[in-house]
Every structure is written in structure tokens, then in C-alpha cells.
Design a protein around this ligand. Structure first.
Ligand SMILES: [Zn+2]
Length: 149
């Protein structure tokens, strides 16, 4: 349970994990307009990226109109790269932030055979298998190249 004081600290950006280390050990595959894209190691949701705003902000209405437009462009660039490289059946977009209140977008490719096709990916993500290091490196370079093109 987060106390109100702890919550206010999180909102202010104090000790914010995404300000401190937005990569969380994941490969950055795109340094975009106002965000950076980090490739997750998920095997079933191959190409899953988290897009992290470069500055601390909590809600979409904390962003300027220009920032919101740029965010949508960044989401679209990641989407195009994921579609080009991974050819998913559908893309899911999720903005949550009650655990980490710093604007970030989960861009989750969905596949017919993924372990939670008919549900939100979160039902399967906690015990999801990881890509091998070799496959992850290859996918990261493919995603980086697609993000530029
Ligand atoms: Zn932050």
C-alpha cells in the first residue's frame, strides 16, 4: 500500500525509476522525438517495446499539445517498426502508470498463438519466457534499423 506522502513523492519524480534508468537493462531501439523505445525480452510477445517519455510527466494533460502530437508520432514509429520486423496480428497500446507514474506506453505485439490472445497480455506476461541473448540482440538490431527507416 502506497501512502499519500509516498504517492506525492512518486508524482513529483522523486526517486522515479524511469528518470533514474529508463532502460531497466533493456536495449534502446529508438531515440525518437520526445521518447526512447526499449525492447523487452518477451518471447511470446516478440517485439514488445516500452516507450518512455524523456522528461518526467505524469498524465497526458501534463504534456503540451506539441508533446502529445510528438508522442503519437513516436508510438506510430514503433508500431511501424514492430509490424515490419515481427509481423504481429495486432498491436496493443497500454498506458497505465499507477505503479510508475511517469508517462510510458507499452506497445505489445499480439499473435494468434500468443498465450493470452483472447485477453490482455498482462495475463501471460508475468511468467513469460525470454528470448535468448542471441535472438534478443538480433531483434534489437532489426528493430533499431526499422525505427530509422
Ligand atoms: Zn520520472
Amino acid at each position: 500500500m502506497v501512502t499519500e506522502k509516498q504517492w506525492q513523492q512518486k508524482l513529483s519524480g522523486e526517486e522515479c525509476p524511469l528518470c533514474d534508468d529508463p532502460s531497466k537493462g533493456m536495449a534502446m531501439v529508438g531515440d525518437l522525438g520526445i521518447t526512447c523505445a526499449y525492447l523487452q525480452k518477451s518471447a511470446s510477445f516478440r517485439g514488445y517495446c516500452v516507450l518512455v517519455l524523456k522528461r518526467h510527466a505524469v498524465e497526458l494533460d501534463d504534456l503540451s499539445t506539441e508533446e502529445r502530437s510528438a508522442l503519437m508520432e513516436d508510438i506510430t514509429r514503433v508500431t511501424s517498426a514492430v509490424r515490419q520486423v515481427c509481423k504481429p496480428r495486432k498491436i496493443n497500446y497500454e498506458i497505465l502508470g499507477n505503479m510508475v507514474p511517469h508517462v510510458h506506453v507499452h506497445i505489445i505485439p499480439r499473435y494468434e498463438a500468443d498465450p493470452a490472445w483472447d485477453r490482455a497480455a498482462w495475463f501471460a506476461l508475468p511468467d513469460e519466457a525470454s528470448l535468448t541473448d542471441e535472438d534478443y540482440s538480433l531483434l534489437a538490431s532489426q528493430m533499431s534499423a526499422a525505427m530509422v527507416g
